[in-house]
Every structure is written in C-alpha cells, then in structure tokens.
Ligand binder design. Structure first.
Ligand code: CP
Length: 337
C-alpha cells in the first residue's frame, strides 16, 4: 500500500483498493468529531494553507473545517489576483515559499496539472482541490464514501453497482476522477449520458473498459436511469470557449421527481458534486426532489469533511493517535442527535 505520511495527494491514480479502503475507514472514524460528539485536537499547532485560485464553496470551506476539527490553524488565499502569481511568480517559487509557512497545503487552480507542478516546489504535502478539467481526487474519494454508505442499507457494496453519470462529462473533473476510482472495483456498469460533444474523454472510458467494466454511452435520458446511483453534473461553463457555447447544452438533462419516478428504481440514489445549477434554464436537479430520501447531495457534501479530515490525518501521520487527543464538547450543539 502507498505510504500516506508526507505524500502529496494529486491524482486518484495514486491509489489502489487497499489505500482507498484505508482512507474510507479513517474517514468513518472522523464522524464523532464532525458530528460534535467529541473534539479531537491531534493537529493542534499545525498550519494548513488553503490556496484557491478558482471559485469554490464546498472544497475550500470543508478543507478548512476539516483541519479546524482536528485542532489545526487555517490560512487562506482566495483568487489569483490576491497572490503574487498575478505578478508573474511561478507556481514552483510560490510553493517553495508557502510550504515554508505550512505543514500541509490544499490547492485549486484552473489549469490542468498545475497542482502537480506546484507540488514539485513544496516541502510539505500538497492536496489537489481540483486542477482545471483534469482531476478532483478528494471529491472522488468522498463520492466513493457516499456511494458505499448510501448502498449499505440495501445490502450492496461498490462491487456490482450500476452507476449513471450524466451531464458535462467532457469537462467535469469529478466524473473523471470517480470513473478511475470505480475501475478498481469489480463488475461495475457505468452509463454515461451526455450530449455527443460533451461525452466522457476516451482515456477515462478506456480505463473502465480495460478493467473489464461495462460502459454504455448515450445522449438520451429516457430508459437509461434504471440504475443504483445517478451522478448528475453541471455544465462547466468556465471550461467553454464562451458562455454562449455552454448555453447550447444547459437544461438538456434536467432531473425532476416525475422523471425520477418514471425511469428510476425505488432505491436509486441521486448524487451531484454540487454546485447544482438551479437557474431555470439549467435546473439540473429540480427542487421538487429536495424531500426525497434518496437525494444524497447534502449528505455527500457533508462527507467531504470526513474524507478531508482523514487525508490530513494520514498525510501528517496522526491517524493512529486520534483517541489520545480527544476532549468533550462544552457548548450547545444539535449535531450530536
Ligand atoms: N464539489 C465542489 O468541488 O464544489 P465547490 O466548487 O463549491 O468546491
């Protein structure tokens, strides 16, 4: 199995099944801290630098929350215009400097492979929070954690699942990373629903097929939602040459309760990495799905805290010391149930 301590987390290609199992196990151990049943200060004094050079709500805030929940401090840089990258400083030099101020760095950047380039200059672990249309490894890990936990009540594991990926599969880095992780499991069927021009890149399809999985490519929703998990995605407007080009595809695959009831199984779980585009012309996941038990999108986003806590614990080598650093919760909370 890979050594986590001191390692960068840049791509899902780093992981084998054993490594993923370790991450998911440690993630589950983080639930009492995230649910405010007790505190853990195992990273007290440690510093996370969160560098987000592209917009983010969930990834940036959950990285910071995860680090705080383990007792660490968080410093943030948001937007390239607020960094000396905008003065021509290289990613390498930036990494040499910022890693001197940090114990670990989480970074998002609009350019593919930029986080790996940055990591070459860093003396501390760097975690990829999304690099252009390339990868979003921590999202894929939290997606896998979510699929596993959502399927457990139905007596199902990841092996043998039928998962439907839908939307902008060309530019959506979350579906690239998730597909590569799924390829490590057994007997998976993946239906990919996208406009022909936004279908999954060939190399991702090949990764699944070469691992023996069944891939179905289609541009039609009707008749293709009879699956265990629907993973809806956003049209990634920021990756198109112009917003007008993205408009051509917005709203093609809106999912609402009527479509769900007509085409899905009773147990089909709906996921989305979020943000969902709720503007009327897109309406990717209609609000009439909000009170459906099988809508997992907010549980999925919450799981991001657990998985990112686990990655900090593993890369900083404290995953076996959590219980030694526990304290009681002394304030009002409604999370503990
Ligand atoms: N899922 C995700 O990456 O969301 P943000 O862009 O809000 O971080």
């Amino acid at each position: 199995m890979m050594t986590f301590e001191g390692s960068h987390i840049l791509s899902v290609s780093q992981f084998d099944r054993e490594a993923i199992s370790k991450i998911l196990t440690v993630s589950a151990q983080m639930a009492p801290y995230a649910m405010r049943q007790k505190r853990c200060h195992v990273l007290e004094g440690a510093i996370l630098n969160n560098l987000f050079f592209e917009p983010s709500t969930r990834t940036r805030v959950s990285f910071g929350t995860a680090f705080n929940l383990l007792g660490g401090f968080v410093r943030e840089t948001v937007g390239e215009e607020n960094s000396s990258l905008s003065k021509g400083e290289s990613l390498f030099d930036t990494a040499r400097v910022i890693s001197g101020y940090s114990d670990v760095i989480a970074m998002r950047h609009p350019k593919m492979h930029s986080v790996s380039e940055f990591a070459t200059g860093s003396s501390v672990p760097v975690i990829n929070g999304g690099d252009g249309a390339n990868e979003h490894p921590t999202q894929a890990l939290l997606d896998l954690f979510t699929i596993e936990s959502e399927m457990k009540p139905f007596g199902r594991t990841l092996d043998g699942l039928h998962i439907t990926l839908m939307g902008d599969l060309k530019h959506g880095r979350t579906v690239h990373s998730l597909s590569k992780l799924l390829s490590l499991y057994n007997n998976i069927t993946v239906t990919m629903i996208a406009p022909d021009a936004l279908q999954m890149p060939d190399n991702v399809i090949a990764t699944l097929e070469n691992a023996g999985h069944k891939v179905i490519l289609t541009n039609t929703v009707e008749g293709n939602l009879d699956c265990d998990v629907i993973y809806q995605t956003r049209i990634q407007q920021e990756r198109f040459a112009s917003p007008g080009e993205a408009d051509l595809y917005r709203g093609h695959f809106s999912l609402n309760r009527e479509i769900y009831q007509q085409y899905c199984q009773a147990h089909t779980v709906i996921m989305h990495p979020l943000p969902r585009d709720s503007r009327p012309e897109a309406n990717e996941l209609d609000t009439d799905l909000n009170d459906l038990d099988n809508l997992a999108i907010f549980r999925q986003a919450q799981n991001g805290v657990l998985v990112r806590m686990a990655l900090f614990a593993l890369t900083l080598g404290v995953e076996n010391s959590l219980t030694k650093y526990e304290k009681p919760i002394t304030w009002y909370t409604n999370k503990a149930g």
